[in-house]
Design a protein. Structure first.
Length: 181
């Protein structure tokens, strides 16, 4: 456990004692919960070098090296390609978020899909999907069912993930109001 009371495990450790936790979100386009340690472990198990992985998924060696160093995280699409190459699931490479803390964005990332691709698949605007993922809009039951099929998870996981996003949004707003006082 670190000084903040967060349990640091080999799966969520980045390097030098840093880690990915559910509190640490990544920049737009990155994969929340991504673990460089998990990627390194699976690379070694499969016998791939950084160069071989980069070549196989169509990215630069520097991009893959940056993931392993914890400087950047792969996009959901890149994460999916790496997982397929290594014959693991995207969940194996993103162990940093417990199931009960997952948001719709996390489920989308684990499905290896971009927000644009999901919006197109659902026939909705990307801005609408973004608002739903952030808990800013109600989750329509038809959209929830479609997301469950698309992400290959039970409907209750979709509903729980949306509720988590709503809760996180409310907590952020309350913290912001408190700081302004």
């Amino acid at each position: 456990m670190d000084e903040r009371g967060v349990v640091v495990t080999p799966e969520n450790e980045v390097s030098g004692g840093e880690f990915v936790s559910q509190e640490k979100r990544v920049a737009r386009g990155g994969s929340v919960g991504f673990s460089p340690v998990a990627l390194r472990r699976h690379l070694q198990r499969a016998g791939y070098t950084v160069e071989e992985v980069a070549d196989q998924i169509g990215l630069s060696r520097q991009a893959v090296s940056a993931w392993l160093a914890g400087r950047t995280t792969p996009s959901p699409q890149s994460l999916s390609r790496v997982a397929q190459l290594l014959e693991v699931t995207t969940a194996d490479l993103t162990p940093g978020i417990p199931l009960e803390s997952m948001t719709l964005q996390d489920l989308r990332t684990r499905a290896g899909m971009s927000q644009t691709a999901v919006a197109q698949e659902l026939g909705v605007l990307q801005s609408y999907l973004s608002d739903v993922e952030r808990g800013r809009r109600e989750l329509n039951t038809d959209i929830a069912a479609a997301l469950a099929r698309l992400y290959q998870v039970p409907l209750d996981e979709i509903l729980d993930a949306w509720e988590q996003a709503v809760t996180l949004r409310k907590e952020r707003l309350a913290a912001r109001r408190k700081r302004k006082r």
